[in-house]
Design a protein around this ligand. Structure first.
Ligand code: TUI
Length: 314
């Protein structure tokens, strides 16, 4: 058992969050993670409120445990989802890809636990001042939209910049990563890529196979030129995008080129035109398991490492 400020804050058994992966993290996956003792999180991504409401209702049917909703702040529906989580009495909100300041007062008033992803110490300080309950420090090893700093650089700095508990994310896939995160001062972890191999994760077979087969140099970052760097598997789509990005394709054409690519990966399994978001740890995701097994396994691996860490000190 690893108890921390995060397990106490949220009333969960294990300090393990499942990342809010757009198009992927639905009510079924979130409920499975929460039933396994972690915190499952439904991704709103770019979806409209009605879709997200449906996923929240599904999760409520499948679990009595707390679960979260991740609001991707670049979404055109962010305002709607921000109101929806209050209406539906969601226990936890995490945010990503932007600054959630304008929603904080309403969420706090509704008793929602608010846990933003912060990509800098300035943002950590602002969120602390505005009443966030905890912070997620997500390093650039992660899949999807990435910040500048790596997890090992970001986590200690965020811990020093806030009085709130910090959840480390980016590059964490097993108990060694969990232990390292706690040693750096985090009180919880978030994993995304590892849950792509959860039995309850309904991605296309192509996506799952690509993750299970991925090698160590399998991901790349594209989209820096437009200000939205995104880490994905090195596929024909990603290479083609990079070619256009450096080849001078106008911004609007580049945006249009990428539109719908995530759905093509997740739903259609389109190996040519899909954008397969994944973290650098994809190479270490090698087996299918239930979400509950994943949560328990990483904690059971971390426990002896953390206990044994004192052996270094003479
Ligand atoms: O948000 C993520 N990961 C994501 S979002 C996403 S959907 C998407 N699709 C295409 C282009 C862009 C996004 C896929 N993966 N992770 C959390 C995260 N948040 N990473 C970095 C940030 C972040 C960045 C800037 C958080 C705050 C921030 O603040 C900026 C500001 O306004 O101060």
């Amino acid at each position: 058992m690893i108890e921390s400020a995060i397990t106490k804050l949220l009333g969960i058994t294990y300090p393990v969050f499942q990342g809010g992966m757009a198009w992927i993290a639905d009510g079924r996956l979130a409920a499975a993670v929460s039933n396994g003792g972690g915190l499952g999180i439904i991704a709103a991504g770019n979806a409209p409120a009605d879709y997200v409401r449906g996923e929240i209702r599904t999760a409520k049917e499948l679990t009595d445990k707390p679960f979260g909703v991740n609001i991707m702040l670049m979404s055109p529906y962010a305002d709607d989802i921000a109101a929806l989580v209050v209406e539906e009495g969601v226990a936890v909100v995490t945010t990503g890809a932007g600054n959630p300041s304008k929603y904080m007062a309403a969420w706090k008033e509704a008793g929602i636990k608010v846990i933003p992803v912060v990509a800098s110490t300035a943002m950590a300080k602002l969120m602390t001042r505005l009443g966030a309950d905890a912070l997620i420090a997500e390093g650039g090893e992660s899949g999807g939209h990435v910040g500048e700093l790596t997890t090992i650089v970001l986590v200690p700095q965020i811990c020093d910049a806030t009085t709130l508990p910090v959840i480390a994310a980016g590059g964490i896939v097993d108990g060694r990563g969990v232990a390292a995160a706690f040693v750096m001062g985090a009180q919880g972890v978030q994993m995304g890529t590892r849950f792509l191999a959860a039995n309850e994760c309904t991605i296309s077979d192509t996506y799952r196979e690509k993750i299970l087969k991925a090698g160590d140099l399998c991901t790349m970052v594209t989209g820096k030129r437009l200000g939205h760097p995104v880490r994905s598997l090195r596929t024909p789509f990603a290479r083609e995008y990079a070619k256009h990005e450096f080849g001078g394709m106008p911004d609007d054409e580049l945006e249009a080129f990428a539109t719908g690519a995530l759905r093509k990966a997740v739903k259609d399994g389109d190996a040519e035109n899909g954008c397969f978001l994944a973290g650098q740890v994809a190479s270490r995701v090698n087996k299918m398991q239930s979400a509950a097994e994943i949560v328990r396994e990483v904690i059971e691996e971390a426990e002896p490492i953390l206990k044994g860490a004192s052996a270094w000190v003479k």
